[in-house]
Design a protein around this ligand. Structure first.
Ligand SMILES: [Zn+2]
Length: 276
């Protein structure tokens, strides 16, 4: 948490409210959150926020100046969020960075991260490219069907950890991996290269549909997830298997959802997701 749909919900909300604006002040409350230097003065003078993008669990603000473009890369990690108002954060002591904006409908942006697994960087174009290449494969939602199938066919081990590895494709975490595999009817321990081609295509469509539905529902608000305006997502109400151990299978097959324990537990239906 957050995973691709939640990061996308945050990105869209930020983009709507801050694109075209300028940073007029920047305050860092916790220096250890900031990496590679995030100077609190001068660099943002005469820059315009030209866009907000997403890579993996990072939300990236692009600030274009007359001579140089810089990117504020904010990693959300396990618990990171952005808020338009500081009173939206459950625990204000975990508000680590504050941006004051002008020329936008949002006047303040607060980076909140209680467990502090996320970091913030200020990078130029070249540094951003290196940063992204080191950490992330292609974005899961940007993959076309044939590239996706080729990646899955190249997986010699268990499919679920493969999907969770951000170097293979970025954005899938444990909640959505479980939901996607159930929808595609694939056992979490199945091996990618042994899947039938039609199964790989089914997996691709299950991924796209699951993500699109989750984004439309505002993401899954389990634990602390909130959009920047404080609103909750609703996709947790549509989860079919994640944390549904012993619930009846939603396909009505008479089996119960089973959990394979681990630090990233798997939830699956032993009938609908047979290990072939
Ligand atoms: Zn079932």
């Amino acid at each position: 948490m957050p995973e691709l749909p939640e990061v996308e919900v945050i990105r869209r909300s930020l983009q709507n409210r801050v694109q075209g604006g300028s940073i007029v002040a920047l305050h860092v409350n916790r220096a250890d959150i900031v990496r590679a230097g995030l100077p609190t003065v001068s660099w943002y003078t005469d820059t315009i926020i030209t866009g907000v993008t997403r890579r993996g669990k990072c939300v990236i603000f692009t600030c274009q100046g007359t001579h140089e473009t810089r990117h504020i890369v904010s990693e959300l990690g396990m618990t990171g969020l952005w808020f338009f108002q500081q009173n939206l954060a459950a625990s204000p002591q975990h508000l680590h960075v504050h941006l004051t904006l002008s020329g936008t409908t949002a006047h303040d942006l607060h980076y909140w991260n209680p467990r502090r697994f996320g970091r913030i960087w200020l990078l130029n174009d070249q540094e951003l490219e290196t940063f992204v290449l080191r950490r992330f494969g292609p974005e899961a939602l940007d993959l076309n069907e044939s590239t996706f199938v080729a990646l899955v066919k190249g997986c010699r081990g268990r499919l679920k950890p493969f999907l969770l590895d951000q170097h293979h494709m970025a954005g899938i975490g444990n909640i959505y991996a479980n939901e996607i595999l159930f929808r595609a009817g694939i056992h979490p321990h199945a091996r990618g290269n042994r899947l039938h081609l039609t199964t790989c295509h089914r997996l691709f469509h299950a991924m796209g549909q699951t993500f699109q539905e989750a984004i439309a529902a505002g993401g899954s608000s389990i634990r602390d997830f909130r959009a920047p305006d404080g609103s909750r997502g609703h996709f947790q109400e549509a989860h079919l298997v994640y944390q549904k151990e012993r619930h009846p299978c939603p396909h009505g097959c008479q089996a119960s959802i089973t959990r394979i324990p681990g630090d990233r537990s798997s939830f699956y239906c032993p009938v609908c997701q047979k290990k072939r």
